[in-house]
Design a protein around this ligand. Structure first.
Ligand code: ZN
Ligand code: ZN
Length: 587
């Protein structure tokens, strides 16, 4: 549910600047000590309230609890927020260390955000896909924390609430969107494989007595039955009554969108400012791409006359370059082979320290995670669970016809695949998350900022090419700009669809004509923008802020600027919002 990606942060030399001021020192130490105690109490209560989130973070005390999404539970959430917001007010920000000050901001913003999600956003009423129990069970089954038998006993207890969970889901759902209803049907159907296959296999392997086996199996059967009932309820009773005219619009509208942007992105800019910035970038990138494509025309299209329309020149050259791609069955292998090359480059160029001990596992995306239109993602261990595997999930093209697969593979061609691997793995998400997990600031780990995380991954694409990855090959640069254009267009698309009412036809036109995407990719993005809001902006918003910060530090440091130092310092604060990292780096 709250699959916040993790993070962490570094010790900030608490309050050393105050050391020489008599009197103040004592107060400050005292305030910081009290704040540390407050944080401990806050986190303990947080995990009791959100056991599933705790489990993802690697905190396993409440693993056996499946929260039932009832009215009463939401009241508990709200009292939790008001209680801790009140306590936060008792701290004097001026007495807190820089690190604690930022933790104070993060906790406050998180609590206000929870209140807003419960009171205003209310996705429990219109988003049937919000309800899905598979992830939490799969997490317990796959983490290395438990012996198989102990894990199964936890799972046994946890399954007790599955019927109540789905009963509340049914009574909560009031005005679902068509899109989230269809997704719920698909993902909950996918969830069955966790219980029918994965869990059943584990039970057969476990060293447990026959009686216990039967008890566990009885609950597995009940869980499977309950999920199937939820799916048929959606299919038979909910879905037929939903028409585009009468169902809730998946478009969020300006009022909710602007506030969600503030809560989710935590940027120094408003949604509208980021949108306008993206429009401007699109124009500039088009000019760059047109220049490069004209230079490449002779190499690929020598016999043909060059069209007058610049975007047409770009599209032609891109389609030629895109022909160089992996086979549909060897995509996973192509990705696996790339990873060591990226590691070598980062080490050779001294771009940042990379811990050779942390494994990255490339695997097929688990079934219950599929269906949102994302082709690749990283799932990583939480701050309490640093030794667990980091997964690079690649969705196989099984569902695709040959034609669809060809279209997808051209989109993720030889050049683009390298940029994808930089983004997802080295030195993008995977590397950032390792740094994140080394930080002792658990608050920054818990409230990881998506825009910082995505912004970093997007930043590393540009940075690697600037540092000479791929030997300045013009094809790679052109495909990079196409990829970056996608990032800018994600923002334009998200804002246009949810705030300005952009239609499917207009969206496809933007993505295919102005962002040069293949139809499969554009169609997938259209599905995604119907299912999520604001998240698609996080890439561009985060990138813009990180790149600007680096240029600023570079300017200030002059000849003494060291890229490796900048990266390691930037990453050391964990996945805090960039506006706060900027504050800490300037201190
Ligand atoms: Zn082909
Ligand atoms: Zn990403």
């Amino acid at each position: 549910m709250k699959k916040l990606i993790l993070l962490l942060s570094i010790v900030l030399l608490a309050s050393c600047s105050d050391d020489n001021r008599n009197g103040k020192t004592l107060n400050t130490d005292n305030a910081n000590q009290m704040f540390d105690q407050f944080k401990d109490a806050f986190i303990e209560d947080l995990w009791e309230l959100y056991p599933g989130w705790a489990s993802y973070m690697g905190y396993h005390k409440y693993d056996s609890v499946l929260v039932v999404p009832s009215d009463e539970y939401r009241q508990r959430e709200l009292s939790f927020c008001s209680k801790f917001l009140d306590t936060l007010k008792t701290f004097d920000l001026l007495q807190l260390s820089p690190n604690n000050k930022i933790d104070h901001h993060l906790i406050r913003e998180a609590l206000v955000s929870i209140q807003w999600y419960v009171n205003e956003y209310r996705s429990y009423e219109w988003k049937p896909s919000y309800y899905n129990v598979a992830g939490g069970f799969e997490e317990i089954l796959n983490n290395k924390y438990y012996e198989l038998e102990d894990g199964l006993r936890i799972i046994y207890k946890r399954m007790a609430n599955v019927p109540a969970y789905y009963a509340n889901a049914k009574s909560n759902i009031k005005n679902p969107t068509i899109e989230h209803t269809d997704l719920a049907i698909r993902q909950n159907t996918g969830a069955l494989s966790v219980f029918e296959n994965m869990l059943t296999d584990s039970i057969n392997k476990a060293k447990i007595g026959e009686h216990e086996r039967q008890m566990i199996m009885a609950r597995v059967d009940k869980t499977i039955e309950t999920i199937k009932e939820y799916v048929s309820w959606l299919e038979d009773e909910i879905r037929p009554g939903l028409t585009p005219e009468t169902a809730k619009d998946f478009r969020l509208g300006k009022e909710l969108y602007d506030v969600k942007f503030v809560h989710d992105i935590q940027s120094g800019f408003t949604a509208e400012e980021i949108y306008n910035n993206a429009l401007q970038q699109k124009k500039e990138i088009h000019q760059k791409m047109i220049g490069m494509s004209k230079d490449l025309w002779g190499k690929y299209m020598a016999k043909e006359p060059m069209p007058d329309d610049g975007l047409k020149v770009v599209r032609t050259i891109i389609s030629k370059i895109s022909l160089s791609h992996a086979h549909r069955d060897s995509l996973l292998d192509a990705i696996k082979a790339q990873i060591p090359e990226l590691v070598d480059f980062v080490n050779k160029k001294q771009l940042m320290y990379m811990d050779p001990e942390k494994p990255l596992v490339v695997r097929e995306t688990p079934l219950y995670m599929r269906g949102t239109g994302a082709g690749a993602s990283v799932s990583s261990p939480g701050p309490y669970d640093k030794e667990a595997n980091t997964y690079y999930n690649v969705t196989p093209l099984d569902d695709y016809t040959d034609e669809q697969a060809e279209s997808y593979l051209r989109e993720y061609n030889y050049y683009t695949l390298q940029i994808l691997n930089i983004h997802e793995a080295i030195p993008g998400h995977y590397t950032q998350l390792i740094y994140s997990n080394q930080s002792p600031s658990i608050i920054k780990s818990i409230f990881g900022n998506g825009a910082m995380v995505e912004g970093w991954a997007v930043y590393t694409e540009r940075m690697m090419l600037e540092e000479g990855y791929g030997n300045d090959e013009p094809e790679l640069w052109l495909m990079y700009y196409k990829w970056f254009l996608r990032v800018a267009c994600n923002t334009i698309l998200d804002y246009s669809v949810h705030v300005l009412g952009m239609t499917e036809e207009e969206a496809m036109k933007l993505l295919m004509e102005e962002a040069f995407q293949e139809e499969t990719e554009a169609g997938g993005k259209w599905r995604r923008v119907k299912l999520t809001q604001v998240q698609l902006c996080s890439y561009f918003a985060g990138f813009s802020e990180i790149y600007a910060l680096r240029e600023e530090v570079k300017q200030k440091s002059g000849d003494s600027f060291n890229l490796k130092e900048f990266h390691e310092k930037f990453l050391s604060y964990g996945s805090a919002p960039v506006k706060y990292i900027r504050e800490l780096m300037n201190d």
